[in-house]
Design a protein around this ligand. Structure first.
Ligand SMILES: [Zn+2]
Length: 113
């Protein structure tokens, strides 16, 4: 059996990121104006990851990721995390990465485009 091939226009509807907002203050994080390669917006924000390393399998499930619009919001987030975890956890791990057009991880960015 052979396939009969033709071309058709197909409309695909899918979820896509159209903006970013701060998980702490709720403010929308505006895209940067620096030119980039793929025509997608590049955002300047702080990615905060929290987790614990206490004994037990649940340490793997304790990872949570947040987006913060500013150092102030990132500080607010980890202060709350430490306050809420104190007495419950022996370890409180926090990782903060400044995401911008230079550190963006998901796609390669060419600022000369
Ligand atoms: Zn914020």
């Amino acid at each position: 059996m052979s396939n009969i091939i033709d071309t058709k226009k197909i409309l695909v509807v899918q979820e896509c990121i159209v903006g970013k907002k701060c998980d702490i203050c709720g403010k929308e994080i505006p895209p940067t104006v620096i030119p980039h390669k793929y025509g997608e917006p590049v955002y300047d924000y702080y990615e905060v990851t929290t987790h614990h390393n206490d004994w037990g399998n649940d340490s793997v499930d304790s990872y949570e990721h947040f987006d913060a619009c500013s150092p102030n919001c990132a500080c607010e987030l980890w202060e709350k995390y430490i306050r809420d975890s104190a007495g419950e956890r022996n370890t409180m791990c926090i990782e903060v990465e400044h995401i911008n057009c230079w550190t963006r991880k998901d796609t390669e960015v060419n600022v000369n485009a």
